[in-house]
Design a protein around this ligand. Structure first.
Ligand SMILES: [Zn+2]
Ligand SMILES: [Zn+2]
Length: 357
């Protein structure tokens, strides 16, 4: 019932806007995957010769989520071991899940599926009460978390251009339709990098393994890379009066601040399926949308990623905090309300509301 409603709305979107989906580079060499509403089954190992075939397929099956491979394959429809990997775009995933924000204490919670213990904030690896790892997280999208994710994305782009020399036109930014951003680097320099090499890039941007002792010897702003980043963050002469231990602590705190918080696994996985831009995110009903790098700083996903702007829906809302989607809503608790389609769809996708008739 709920599923039928979401699917109907997704169908409306794809009927009107499937033209927005651009043809990924070398589409015939990509693997596509579709998460179906029905029983949340993933259909993968699909391939398409051109964008129209892909759009028609999406309009026919109306999936909850659409993915494509960052990799290029000779035979994308074969099973994994026979695909014949030809290369892969360099992908970064920045998600509020990996960023500490104070507001998570207000809007995120987790429940232990084993003992039922529940608590606010980011989910731990193991239950704080029984120690089992059957944690179910309930996350929310909020302006502050998305703003932090965007800051991290801007930091990453700065690293990619200044420290790695990637060209601006080879770097593309996408809002994921949920709690973060994807960066795709489409450059022939990155194409053939194997997983371990991508790990080196991950470690670098995350500030892992920066050699502090060595760095102290030649720290000045004329250098490049981490040395320069750290030098520019140190207040003039402030280190000279400090003990070695305090200097190290100061440097570590600068690195923590300058490092980018990314999901390392996504970048290292050279067979990854990633969300296809201009498709809908089944967790929210929002668009995964390309963001021009020149616009990224001003980009507001909670306005610009709204997929369906027309109509409204009467729903019964269980419990949601105050939220913003084009305008302010809530908080709501066990009450009926009539909301614009996009806001109603968000709550329904999140499992926080039901249709009234
Ligand atoms: Zn537990
Ligand atoms: Zn937040």
């Amino acid at each position: 019932m709920i599923e039928d409603y979401i699917k109907k709305k997704f169908s409306e979107y794809y009927r009107l806007f499937s033209w927005r989906i651009n043809e990924p580079k070398e589409i015939a060499k990509r693997e596509f995957g579709f998460l179906l509403f029905k029983e949340k089954i993933m259909v993968r190992h699909k391939s398409f010769l051109n964008i129209n075939n892909l759009r028609d397929f999406i309009k026919t099956i109306i999936p909850s989520d659409v993915y494509y491979s960052s990799a290029y394959y000779l035979k994308p429809e074969e099973e994994m071991k026979n695909k014949e990997w030809l290369g892969a775009d360099l992908i970064f995933d920045i998600d509020a899940d990996h960023i500490d924000t104070l507001c998570k204490k207000e809007h995120d919670k987790w429940i232990c599926k084993n003992c039922g213990y529940t608590s606010k904030g980011s989910p731990p690896e193991n239950c704080l009460k029984c120690g089992e790892n059957k944690i179910q997280a309930e996350t929310w999208i909020c302006q502050k978390c998305l703003e932090k994710a965007k800051e991290e994305t801007l930091k990453l782009i700065d690293f990619l251009m200044k420290d790695f020399g990637f060209k601006k036109e080879d770097i593309k930014a996408y809002f994921t339709g949920h709690r973060g951003y994807h960066i795709h680097v489409d450059s022939k320099e990155a194409l053939q990098l194997i997983s371990d090499e991508r790990k080196e890039i991950v470690d670098y941007v995350m500030g892992i393994g920066v050699d502090l002792n060595n760095l102290l010897n030649f720290i000045n702003e004329q250098t490049s890379g981490w040395t320069k980043r750290i030098a520019s963050a140190i207040k003039t002469n402030s280190l000279k009066s400090l003990t070695k231990k305090k200097i190290m602590r100061e440097l570590q705190s600068i690195i923590k601040d300058k490092a980018v918080k990314i999901d390392a696994v996504v970048t290292m996985d050279i067979h990854r399926l990633i969300r296809l831009p201009e498709t809908l995110n089944g967790k929210t009903g929002l668009r995964a949308v390309k963001v021009d790098l020149n616009h990224l700083e001003k980009f507001n996903p909670l306005i610009e990623a709204i997929a369906l702007n027309e109509g409204e829906e009467k729903i019964y809302i269980k419990e949601v905090p105050k939220f913003f989607l084009g305008e302010e809503f809530g908080p709501y608790k066990n009450e009926k309300a009539t909301l614009p389609t996009a806001a109603a769809l968000l709550l329904i996708c999140k499992g926080k509301a039901e249709l009234v008739n």
